[in-house]
Design a protein around this ligand. Structure first.
Ligand code: ADP
Length: 397
């Protein structure tokens, strides 16, 4: 029995889970929010209890100390030494990392050098890693990259058709994201494909951020997000792929700076931008039910983008054995799953069980009918357990 902590940090938040490994048992989980603001929120869940407090959390070091102290206070651990390793989610691993690694001076420097590619994320991850190092100086830490799983793509799948010397000089390419989730989904999905030779999976991680990955023999061959998570399908607030000249044209006609337009494409587009209602699919779908035109348009655009990518990956893989829906929308929104399946039915022979799908939220199930040409499953994702597994594998085993 070994205690491993997984850490998923943002610029103002720090989510954690404490695992008993190798049993993969979650002992407790929680979240420090509004770090750096005067009114912080600290939540910790253990057993069937949930405690919420509102301490000031001026920085990540205070957050790390706060959470470790509260584990001791609640008798969850007797001392900090009980935590044998930490696993940190890192959004951008660039060209350097095709698997998880131990944090050391070299990996830390490489993660730092990738900050320009993921300014908010990688900088926050490093701040958080350093905060934990201060509190747990002798505990090994592992970096688990969102991009690592996608490093098996071929150049035809990851290169952009810009002047080659630029791609080479500045490492401009498709890195993808949500790799830890797609890797988990591939492993879970393979359970439905026993006996299938060279299994082909299309996994749809559809949350506020959303990406689709084509997986052959358990390995990523193509993924929808690009240099950054702005690429691919339409999302809560991001555009996804579009004609690059839109960028230049919007700058020209609005007089906004490239940075302002870039922020608009990241934070004010997608569901929010088209519907002009909300970035949350629940609000948009509620408006769809009421017949609001912009909501209908946003929703139709969203579903079509997903179906288009599935079609593209069906060709890329030479077929598909399983389509997986996951993440906030994929796990919880039957209307999106039904609409996407309907868009796929004529060309790909996808059929799902309407009643089963309609009642399914947040649970795993095979929702395709027996005569569907491709199996369709809903699988709740679990990025944290993948982080805990890698931390255990690298530091303990
Ligand atoms: P991210 O991790 O990218 O922030 P999530 O995977 O948590 O996103 O997904 C968030 C989105 O999932 C929400 O914006 C909402 O549209 C949708 N969602 C979450 N829970 C539900 C639910 N119970 N029913 C329907 N949609 C949901």
């Amino acid at each position: 029995m070994t205690k491993i902590m997984t850490i998923n940090s943002g610029s103002s938040s720090l989510k954690f889970k404490l695992y008993e490994m190798p049993e993969e048992k979650v002992i407790c989980s929680g979240n420090a929010e509004r770090i750096g603001l005067p009114d912080g929120i600290f939540t910790i869940k253990y057993g069937d209890k949930k405690d919420v407090t509102y301490p000031a959390i001026p920085n990540h070091s205070v957050a790390a100390k706060l959470l470790l102290d509260s584990l001791v206070e609640k008798g969850i651990i007797s001392s900090f030494d009980e935590i044998k390793a930490t696993g940190h989610r890192i959004v951008q691993g660039g060209k350097y990392f095709s698997k998880s690694v131990l944090f050391d001076a070299d990996s830390e420097a490489k993660i730092e050098s990738l900050i320009p590619l993921a300014p908010l994320h990688n900088a926050a991850h490093l701040t958080c890693y350093r905060a934990f190092k201060e509190v747990l100086p002798n505990t090994p830490a592992v970096a688990v990259f969102d991009t690592a799983y996608h490093q098996t793509m071929e150049p035809q799948d990851y290169l952009f058709p810009i002047p080659y010397e630029l791609s080479q000089k500045y490492d401009i390419r498709r890195y993808g994201a949500h790799g830890t989730s797609h890797n988990y989904l591939a492993l879970e999905g393979l359970k439905y494909l026993e006996g299938v030779e060279h299994p082909k999976i299309i996994s749809c991680h559809i949350g506020s951020g959303a990406s689709i990955t084509a997986i052959k023999d358990g390995k990523c061959v193509a993924t929808s997000m690009g240099l950054t998570p702005l690429g691919g399908i339409m999302m809560g607030t991001r555009t996804g792929d579009m004609d690059p000249s839109v960028f230049n044209y919007v700058c020209t006609v609005t007089g906004k700076s490239p940075e302002e337009v870039y922020q608009m494409f990241n934070k004010k587009s997608g569901f929010l931008g088209v519907s002009q209602i909300s970035n949350d699919s629940r609000d948009v779908l509620e408006a769809v039910e009421k017949g609001v035109e912009t909501a209908i348009l946003a929703n139709d655009l969203f579903n079509r983008r997903i179906a288009d990518f599935i079609g593209q990956y069906f060709v890329r893989l030479g077929g598909a054995d399983l389509i997986i829906f996951s993440a906030g929308i994929g796990e919880n929104e039957p209307r999106t799953r039904q609409a996407v399946s309907d868009l796929l039915s004529e060309a790909l022979g996808v059929k799902i069980n309407k009643e089963l799908n309609a009642g399914l939220r947040g649970k795993e199930a095979l929702i395709s009918t027996k005569d569907s040409r491709i199996k369709v499953a809903v699988i709740p994702t679990d990025e944290e357990v993948m982080i805990a597994r890698d931390a255990y594998e690298i530091c303990i085993k």
